[in-house]
Write a protein of this length. Structure first.
Length: 475
C-alpha cells in the first residue's frame, strides 16, 4: 500500500493538468477565432448594408456621382480600418477605396463569383487571389428594382483579428496556469487532511497486527478520519486491556493451583520417605483432602465464571418462590453453623414470595454470600437474611456481624481472585472468585448488588430481583 494512494492522487492531478492544457490549446483557439470573425463580420455587414442602401444605390440610380461616393467611402474605410469595394455582378471593379479612381480602365476581378460565401454573407480567403494574405470579406448586395445591380464588399485584414485572438488566448493561458497552481492547494489539503492521518492509521494498524496493542497515536481532526482513528485507538486499548486481564487471570489461576498442589506433593513425599511417621498419616491425609477440596472448588468456580461469560445473557428464567430457596440454602449450612455456633435468622416477607429469575444461578448467589457470611463471622453470632419489597422489586439482604471489610477493599472485592488481607488468615480455602460470580449473575439479570460494611463490625450484602407477576395472581 505504502505510497500508492498519494501517487494515484498526484497522477490524477497531472492528468487533470495535461487535459486542461490540451483542451485550452486545441479547442479554445479555433472557437475564439471563429467567434471573433463572426462578430467582426456582423459589424461590417451592418456597414456594408448601409452603404449598399445609400451611397452605392445612389450610384446606380445616378443620384450621386462616383467621385462623391469615393470620397465618402474613403473616409469610412479609414474609420473601419478596411477596404471598401463596389463590384458589379460580372466582376467589374466599380470602386476601390484602396486605389485611386480610374474611370477609363476596366478592372475586372477574375472568376468573381458572389456565391462564394455559400449561404453566408462573409468569407475568409484571398478573395479570388486578389490579396497576398487571407482577408475577411463581407458581401452586401445592391438591389434596385428587385435586381442585384452589384455588391458592396468590405475587406478586413485577418492579421488584426488574429492579433485580438492571440491576446484573448494569452489571457486563457494565464488563467489556466493560475488555476493549475491554485489546484495545488487541493493537493496540499489532501496531503494534510487525508494522506498524513491515513499514514498514521496504517502505521498503527501495522503495529496492532504485530501485537503491539499498547501503541497510541493522535489524529487531531473531528471528521470521519479523526473518528476512525479514535475508534481504532479505543479498540486497541480494549484489546490491550483484555489481554492484560487475561494474563493476570492466567497468572492468578496458575498461582492458586500451584500452592495446593505444592503442599499436596510435599505432604505425600514426606509420607512416602517416612519424614511423616505412620501414626501421623491420617492427620496429613486430611490436610491433603482439604487441599483437593480447595482445588475442586477453584475448578468449579472457574467453570461457572467461564459459562457465565460465554453464555452471556442466556438465563433460564422462571417464576419461583425465593423464600423456599432461602430456607433450603440456609439449611444446607446447618452443619457448618453448628460447629461455629452461628444462627441464621430468616426475616421473610410473606409465606411465599415469587421472583422471576434463573433459580439455579440465584441459588449459587445465595450460597456464595451465605458461605462468606459464615466464613467471616465470629463464633456465637447471628446472620440475618431479610427480604423486603419496594417498587416491584424484591430486596434480599444477608447481614453478618463478622470481621467486616476494610474501606479500601470495598471496591476490590468484586474483582476476580481478590481476597482481603484480613480474610487470608481466616479463610485458607477461599478462591477470591465467589463475589465476582455473584456480581456477574446479578448483573446478567439486569439487577444490582451492593455492600455496606464496617471493619470489625460486620457486612451486609443487598441485591435486588424482579418480582414475579404470580404474586398478584395469588393475592
Ligand atoms: P473468597 O472465596 O475469598 O470468599 P469472594 O470473592 O467470595 O472470595 O470474596 C472476596 C473477598 O471479599 C474475601 O476474600 C473477603 O476478603 C471479602 N469478603 C467477602 N464477603 C465477606 C464478608 N461477609 N465479610 C468480610 N469479608 C468478606
Amino acid at each position: 500500500m505504502k505510497k500508492t494512494l498519494y501517487l494515484k492522487f498526484l497522477l490524477a492531478y497531472f492528468i487533470f493538468g495535461v487535459f486542461s492544457f490540451i483542451i485550452v490549446t486545441t479547442f479554445v483557439p479555433s472557437i475564439t477565432r471563429e467567434q471573433l470573425i463572426r462578430e467582426k463580420a456582423e459589424n461590417l455587414y451592418v456597414e456594408a448594408a448601409l452603404i449598399s442602401n445609400t451611397y452605392a444605390l445612389g450610384l446606380y440610380t445616378s443620384e450621386t456621382d462616383l467621385e462623391t461616393v469615393k470620397t465618402q467611402l474613403d473616409s469610412l474605410a479609414v474609420y473601419l480600418d478596411s477596404i471598401i469595394r463596389i463590384i458589379n455582378p460580372s466582376g467589374r471593379l466599380v470602386l476601390d477605396t484602396n486605389e485611386p479612381l480610374n474611370v477609363e480602365d476596366v478592372v475586372m476581378i477574375e472568376d468573381f463569383d458572389p456565391t462564394i460565401t455559400s449561404g453566408s454573407y462573409y468569407t475568409v480567403n484571398r478573395f479570388f487571389n486578389n490579396f497576398d494574405s487571407d482577408m475577411l470579406s463581407v458581401f452586401a448586395p445592391i438591389t434596385y428594382n428587385y435586381m442585384v445591380k452589384g455588391y458592396v464588399v468590405i475587406h478586413c485584414d485577418m492579421n488584426g483579428i488574429q492579433e485580438s485572438c492571440n491576446s484573448l488566448l494569452s489571457i486563457s493561458y494565464i488563467t489556466l496556469v493560475i488555476l493549475f497552481l491554485l489546484s495545488l492547494i487541493i493537493l496540499i489539503f489532501f496531503t494534510e487532511i487525508v494522506y498524513v492521518p491515513l499514514r498514521k492509521i496504517t502505521y498503527a494498524t501495522e503495529q496492532y497486527a504485530n501485537g503491539n496493542m499498547h501503541y497510541e497515536f493522535q489524529v487531531e481532526s473531528d471528521d470521519e478520519i479523526g473518528y476512525l482513528a479514535a475508534c481504532l485507538n479505543y479498540m486497541a486499548s480494549q484489546i490491550a486491556g483484555a489481554e492484560d486481564d487475561q494474563k493476570k487471570f492466567v497468572a492468578n489461576v496458575s498461582h492458586d493451583f500451584r500452592s495446593p498442589l505444592t503442599s499436596i506433593r510435599g505432604y505425600l513425599e514426606a509420607m512416602i520417605d517416612g519424614t511423616i511417621p505412620q501414626e501421623m498419616h491420617e492427620k496429613y491425609l486430611n490436610i491433603v483432602l482439604n487441599e483437593t477440596d480447595r482445588l475442586t472448588k477453584l475448578t468449579n468456580s472457574l467453570l461457572s465464571l467461564n459459562n457465565l461469560n460465554t453464555k452471556g445473557m442466556l438465563l433460564d428464567r422462571t417464576d419461583f418462590d425465593i423464600n423456599s430457596v432461602i430456607r433450603s440454602t440456609a439449611a444446607s449450612f446447618e452443619g457448618t453453623c453448628r460447629k461455629k455456633i452461628i444462627a441464621i435468622e430468616l426475616i421473610l416477607t410473606d409465606e411465599e414470595m415469587y421472583v422471576y429469575a434463573d433459580i439455579e444461578k440465584i441459588k449459587q448467589v445465595l450460597y456464595n454470600l451465605l458461605d462468606n457470611a459464615i466464613k467471616f463471622s465470629h463464633h456465637n453470632s447471628v446472620i440475618k437474611v431479610e427480604t423486603s419489597v419496594k417498587k416491584n422489586k424484591l430486596f434480599l439482604s444477608i447481614k453478618d456481624t463478622g470481621i467486616g471489610i476494610p474501606k479500601d477493599d470495598l471496591k476490590l472485592i468484586w474483582d476476580r481472585f481478590y481476597k482481603s488481607d484480613l480474610s487470608r488468615g481466616k479463610d485458607k480455602k477461599g478462591t477470591g472468585l465467589g463475589l465476582s460470580i455473584v456480581k456477574e449473575i446479578i448483573n446478567s439479570h439486569s439487577e444490582h448488588i451492593n455492600v455496606i460494611s464496617t471493619e470489625g463490625a460486620g457486612s451486609e450484602f443487598i441485591f435486588s430481583l424482579p418480582l414475579s407477576a404470580k404474586n398478584e395472581e395469588d393475592d
